[in-house]
Design a protein around this ligand. Structure first.
Ligand code: PMP
Length: 355
């Protein structure tokens, strides 16, 4: 019973909201945002467009121009694209439409915590498979868990948050082979990785690929994400979306961003180059770290306590993600790749913190 005397849903009792502390620091490397703002010309085009929005009217309910633009990026039509308020809302709509009572979703931990959280919030049972100690997935374990759970939804995060691992194509092939329901590949960090599941999307394959404008497109503030999948799945997901869920400003922001694809790709390339530089610097420090195909790197201080190192970084005005008590990545910290000078500041501070 809560202070106002209300009884919440029994299955919410053990859940807490998901959040990352937003602390005022000089160098913020904790939420995997892009360190670069979007191009100035995008901002100008957006401001012009905002001035023309008829604000007394509802926006285009189908967000057709935006979905067509996203479809063109991936060589599919708008009927194979669902756009929503961040990829988290895309994931939620998948759980609302395909999960729920007496249905299960499979996740392979450690992975993005919102997959199991959103599944539970929507009343979907969560069945957990385990990754190997090096965070790779064993195909036999994938087959075993899916065969036992018979899930309506399987989440695969590639590159995986928080580990950075990119799943090899064999894992996805095995999943598509055994999964009785929908396979959801979360590619929130897809553009930082060498390969994607997008080319496997087809109207006759129960596979959807989820992406976001938050990271690669430098638009975390806009809250825009999408999914590419079979037209029939997109149609089903339309049943659980609220009417006019995408406001006109967001539709314009996304539609205009696509014109600046080359600039996006240049920013991604810069982040990937910096990621490799940070990864090799970490290799020379007393930390364990894992190869990343994303815009962040997971590492575990070897001789020092992770909490202490996190605090020592914060004392130096550098905020990284503290994962020390996350199941499966105990003792680890996760650093987002920033600008060259932010990364230098991080590496200097980390060297001091580990000394
Ligand atoms: N998927 C993964 C794997 C993520 O790490 C994130 C952001 N932390 C999201 C989805 C959600 O991103 P957004 O809602 O900003 O699109």
């Amino acid at each position: 019973m809560t202070a106002v005397g209300l009884r919440e849903r029994d299955d919410l009792a053990d859940l807490s909201g998901y959040h990352s502390p937003q602390v005022d620091v000089d160098v913020r490397l904790n939420t995997n945002e892009s360190p670069y703002p979007p191009p100035a010309s995008w901002r100008e085009a957006l401001l012009e467009e905002l001035a023309r929005i008829p604000f007394h009217r509802y926006p285009d309910r189908d967000a057709l121009a935006l979905r067509s633009g996203i479809g063109e990026l991936h060589g599919v039509g708008p009927e194979q694209v669902l756009a929503a308020n961040g990829s988290n809302e895309v994931l939620q709509s998948v759980c609302l439409a395909y999960g729920g009572r007496e249905r299960a979703a499979v996740v392979f931990e450690p992975t993005y915590r919102l997959h199991s959280h959103i599944a539970r919030v929507t009343g979907t049972a969560v069945v957990t498979g385990r990754r190997q100690p090096d965070f790779t997935l064993d195909v036999a374990e994938v087959r075993r868990v899916v065969a036992e759970a018979r899930p309506q939804i399987v989440f695969l995060c590639s590159p995986n948050n928080p580990t950075g691992r990119v799943e090899p194509p064999e894992v996805l092939e095995a999943l598509l082979d055994v999964a009785p329901g929908l396979v959801v590949v979360d590619e929130a960090y897809g553009q930082f990785a060498p390969h994607s599941a997008l080319e496997l999307v087809a109207d006759d394959r129960p596979l959807v690929v989820v992406r976001t404008f938050s990271k690669t497109w430098s638009m975390a503030a806009a809250r825009l994400g999408y999914l590419v999948g079979p037209a029939a799945v997109v149609q089903t997901l339309g049943k659980v979306m609220l009417p006019y869920h995408l406001d006109a400003m967001k539709q314009a922001a996304g539609r205009l961003a696509i014109r600046f694809r080359a600039e996006m790709e240049a920013r991604v390339a810069a982040v990937v180059e910096e990621r490799e530089r940070v990864a090799s610097a970490l290799a020379d420090l007393p930390v364990e770290s894992w190869p990343s195909g994303a815009n962040f790197i997971l590492f575990r201080p070897q001789a020092k306590d992770g909490d202490q190192v996190w605090g020592a970084l914060l004392d130096r005005s550098i905020l990284v993600r503290n994962c020390v008590d996350w199941p499966g990545v105990e003792g680890c910290l996760r650093v987002t790749v920033g600008t060259a000078s932010e990364n230098d500041a991080f590496l200097t501070a980390l060297t001091e913190a580990l000394a």
